[in-house]
Design a protein around this ligand. Sequence first.
Ligand SMILES: [Zn+2]
Length: 187
Amino acid sequence: MEKHITVEGTTINYFLKKSKRAKRIIVYIKKGGIVFVTIPYFIKEGMEEEFLRKKYKWIVKTKKNYIKTEFTKDGVHLDDNIINYKKEALNLVTTRIKYFNSFYNFKFKNIRIKNQESRWGSCSTLGNLNFNWKIVLLPQSLSDYIIVHELCHIKEMNHQDKFWDLVSLKIPEYKKLKKDLIARKLL
Ligand SMILES: [Zn+2]
C-alpha cells in the first residue's frame, strides 16, 4: 500500500507491507530512494507513522545511502547491514585492483575496507590499501578512479606530477573524476 507522511515540510512516500514473519519494523530504502516499510502483524497500521516521524532525519540521510536497516521494537536500529556492504566493497575492490594491477604490477600488502568518516581511501606506508565501504555506492568510473589513485600511491607516495602520470595511464580523465568526487559529499 502506498502511503506518505509529511515532516517539516518534506513528504516521504513509502510502500507499506504487513508481514507475518517480520518481528520488527523494517525500513528498506532501495536505489533511487524508494522507501519500503514492513511491519509485523501485531503492530497496528498507522503505528509506523509515528515511528517514521521520529526517524525522519535518519530516513532523509539514508535515502541517499540506500542502506537496509532494521529497527528493534524500541526503535534502536541495527547496523549489521553495513557488514554486507563491506563484503560487497571488498569484492569490488579486490576484483578491480586485480584488473588494474595486471597492468601496473605494484606490490601491496593487504586490502582493507573501513568505515571511515571522511576518506574514500588511503594507502599506508606499509603498503596496505584501505577503502571506504561506501565506494560500492558510487558509479564505477569514480570507484575505479579511487582504486587506481590508491594503488598508484604504492609507487608514488605523493601527489606530484609523476604520481598523476601513473594514474593517467589507466584513468586518462582523472581530472574530471577528481572534481566529480569532491562535488559528491561523503555522507
Ligand atoms: Zn592521494
